[in-house]
Design a protein around this ligand. Structure first.
Ligand SMILES: NC(=O)c1ccc[n+]([C@@H]2O[C@H](COP(=O)([O-])OP(=O)(O)OC[C@H]3O[C@@H](n4cnc5c(N)ncnc54)[C@H](OP(=O)(O)O)[C@@H]3O)[C@@H](O)[C@H]2O)c1
Length: 230
């Protein structure tokens, strides 16, 4: 039996890019995959593909800029999984516009922090207690290796805040079989990464699965680079 067989997984932002590849890879591993996007139309194709593979797949929709929709998403996931989520792949994110030095707006910062750090943190907060109770869980928070690009300051700071959430949760998870780590997918030719990126989005697999396939003792709080495994 495969290690992740019948585990319940939520992949946010599963309609395209990294999330799409991860949803398919988890289906191959035998997971029940809950695929999230902003609109059910956006996950229609991945639902068809996973269904054709014989994988149990459940679409959910939520605009992550809305606190109400996030609460609703948490409830939907609880209902679908009978309150038993095993794997949380926090992947959905927004890239704010490139700005001249010193010119990012308050809106750039608030939107980036909300979608890229606060919502992933709140999804962790929602599902970590159940994982700890059952003593099994894998959480991957997708961050970025972005550096020295002040034109994208709001985006990079929002990822740093997410990194900090993971770091400060390490003592809570110590000694448990609930592992939470970070993944840098590398610079990919997705809608977010743009067409000039170095890597094809398919290159995120198998690296993106490494922090999900970890053994208990391998711990939390590390940054995994998907391109190291490409
Ligand atoms: N691509 C890169 O070069 C790169 C580099 C470093 C880190 N990353 C990180 O990797 C992750 C995935 O990036 P990607 O390149 O795969 O992105 P992508 O291709 O642009 O896909 C973004 C996904 O997030 C969802 N999403 C975006 N805004 C949302 C919102 N406000 N509410 C709900 N869902 C939303 C989208 O859903 P819809 O289809 O419904 O819009 C889509 O499924 C992100 O965390 C990103 O920061 C990417």
């Amino acid at each position: 039996m495969k290690k992740l067989q019948k585990k319940w997984a939520l992949v946010t932002g599963a309609s395209r890019g990294v999330g799409l590849r991860v949803a398919k890879a988890l289906a191959v591993e035998g997971c029940h995959v809950i695929v999230h996007s902003r609109n059910l139309n956006n996950t229609r194709e991945v639902v068809t593909q996973l269904t054709e593979m014989g994988a149990p797949v459940f679409p959910v929709a939520a605009e992550l800029e809305s606190a109400e929709a996030v609460e609703d998403l948490i409830q939907q996931v609880r209902n679908i999984s009978a309150n038993h989520l095993d794997i949380l792949f926090n992947n959905a994110a927004i890239m704010t516009p490139s700005r001249a030095l010193f010119e990012p707006t308050i809106e750039d910062f608030t939107r980036s922090y909300l979608v890229n750090s606060i919502v992933p943190a709140k999804l962790c907060d929602a599902f970590l207690p159940g994982m700890l109770e059952r003593d099994w869980g894998r959480i991957v928070n997708v961050t970025s290796g972005i550096a020295d690009q002040p034109n994208l300051m709001a985006y990079s700071c929002s990822k740093a805040a997410l990194d900090r959430y993971v770091k400060d949760m390490i003592p809570t998870l110590a000694g448990t079989n609930v592992l939470m780590n970070l993944l840098d997918p590398g610079w990919l030719r997705t809608d977010l990464g743009g067409e000039n990126a170095d890597n094809h989005p398919d290159s995120v697999i198998p690296g993106a699965l490494i922090p999900i396939l970890l053994e208990k003792g391998e711990g939390s709080g590390k940054m995994y680079q998907a391109q190291d495994y490409a």
